[in-house]
Design a protein around this ligand. Structure first.
Ligand code: ADP
Length: 329
C-alpha cells in the first residue's frame, strides 16, 4: 500500500492531495494513509503536510529500494523482484544463494554497502555506504556454459550507455569487464556462473559503480586507478537514474542475445566505446604475458590482438592492461 500512496503522490508531485482523497482512492483509512506518509518521510521523501490541504511531495530521495525503482521501471523481467539491503557481505554471494533456491530470473539484489565486495580472482571490491551502485542480477538463460561469459559484454554495454545517457560523460569500455572514465576505472563487472556440463543453472552479473563516492577516502592503491561518476560529471548524480537505465538497456540487449543467439548488438556498443581497441595492451593469461596491439572484437565478443610477430590471435578471457589507462602495468 505504501507503494500506491507513493505512486499517487508522484502523480500529483508539487500539488496537495488531501488525506481524504488518498484514503478514498486507495480504499484505506486516513490513519493508514498517515502511517504510510510517515514511513515515506523516514525513508527520506520530502512531503509537506498542511492541515485541511493534505500532502504534497516535494522531493524524492536517491534510494534504490523496490518501491522507488519499480514505479519508474518498464522492463518485463529484469527487476521484477528487487531485494534492497542496507548492508551485505557481497551482493553476488547473496544472489547466488537466492538463485540456487529457485530465485526467479530477473531478480536483483542491491545493497547500500558491501563489507566483502568481490572482484575477479578473489580480489576485493571497495563498496562504501550509500555512494555507489552495488548490485547483482540473477539470470537463468538456456545457453551453453561456454556462452555465459558473453553476458559480461552485455552488462558492459548497458553500463556505458547508462553513464553516457544520464551524465553526458564519455564512459569507455575496457575489455572485457571494466568501465572507464577519464582513464580510470569507475565500474567493474563480475560474472559468475553455476553450470552442469552442458547446461547453465544460473548466471550472476555483479555490477559495482562508484557514483557519488569520495575518492579521497578510498585506499591509497585504488585511488590511483579508480574514479567516480561524480568526479567526472562535476556534480552529484542520481544513482536511481543510472540503475533504471542499466536495467532497461540490459534487458533489451539480453533478450536480443537470447532470442537471436547473437551478441552483435552488444558487440557494436562495446566496439564503439572501447578504450582497448587500437591501443598497445599487455595480456596476462596464467603464466604467460603477451605484449600486443588490440585490433578488434569478434562477433562473439572475443578480443583480437596482433602479437609481436604480426599474427592475429583471439583472446577469450584474461587480464588485460591497456596503455593509457591508469592501471597499466
Ligand atoms: P580487473 O577487472 O580490473 O582485473 P577486478 O574486476 O578483479 O579487476 O576488480 C578488482 C580490482 O579493482 C581490485 O584489485 C582493485 O584494484 C580495484 N578496485 C577495488 N574496488 C574498486 C572500486 N570501488 N572502484 C574501482 N576499482 C576498484
Amino acid at each position: 500500500m505504501k507503494k500506491e500512496v507513493l505512486e499517487t503522490l508522484k502523480h500529483n508531485k508539487g500539488r496537495f492531495i488531501s488525506g481524504e482523497e488518498l484514503s478514498n482512492r486507495l480504499g484505506v483509512t486516513r490513519t493508514a494513509v498517515w502511517k504510510h506518509i510517515h514511513q515515506l518521510k523516514e525513508e527520506g521523501y520530502r512531503i509537506e503536510s498542511v492541515s485541511k490541504k493534505g500532502y504534497k511531495l516535494l522531493e524524492e530521495p536517491d534510494i534504490l529500494n523496490e518501491n522507488a525503482l519499480q514505479l519508474d521501471l518498464d522492463t518485463k523481467i529484469i527487476g521484477k523482484r528487487i531485494i534492497h539491503l542496507n548492508t551485505i557481505d557481497s551482493t553476488n554471494t547473496m544472489a547466488k544463494k537466492i538463485a540456487a533456491e529457485d530465485g526467479e530470473e530477473g531478480t536483483i539484489v542491491i545493497a547500500e554497502e558491501q563489507t566483502e565486495g568481490r572482484g575477479r580472482l578473489g580480489r576485493k571490491w571497495v563498496s562504501p555506504k550509500g555512494t555507489g551502485i552495488w548490485m547483482s542480477l540473477i539470470l537463468k538463460p538456456s545457453i551453453e556454459p561456454t556462452e555465459a561469459a558473453k553476458i559480461t559484454q552485455i552488462a558492459a554495454a548497458a553500463v556505458a550507455l547508462a553513464i553516457r545517457k544520464v551524465t553526458g560523460c564519455e564512459a569507455g569500455i575496457k575489455w572485457p569487464n571494466d568501465i572507464i572514465l577519464e582513464r580510470k576505472k569507475v565500474c567493474g563487472i563480475l560474472t559468475e556462473m553455476s553450470a552442469e556440463l552442458n547446461c547453465v543453472n544460473y548466471v550472476i552479473v555483479g555490477i559495482g559503480i562508484n557514483v557519488n563516492g569520495d575518492m579521497e577516502a578510498f585506499p591509497e592503491d585504488i585511488k590511483k586507478t579508480a574514479t567516480s561518476v561524480k568526479a567526472s560529471a562535476g556534480k552529484t548524480v542520481s544513482r536511481k537514474a543510472i540503475v533504471l537505465y542499466i536495467l532497461r538497456e540490459f534487458e533489451r540487449l539480453y533478450l536480443d542475445f537470447i532470442q537471436s543467439k547473437s551478441l552483435q548488438k552488444s558487440v557494436e556498443i562495446c566496439k564503439k566505446y572501447s578504450v582497448t581497441l587500437g591501443n598497445p595492451v599487455k595480456i596476462i593469461n596464467r603464466d604467460r604475458q603477451i605484449v600486443a596491439e588490440a585490433v578488434d572484437l569478434t562477433e562473439e565478443g572475443e578480443l583480437v590482438i596482433r602479437n609481436q610477430k604480426g599474427e592475429l590471435e583471439k583472446i577469450i578471457s584474461g587480464e588485460v592492461s591497456v596503455r593509457g589507462i591508469s592501471d597499466y602495468v
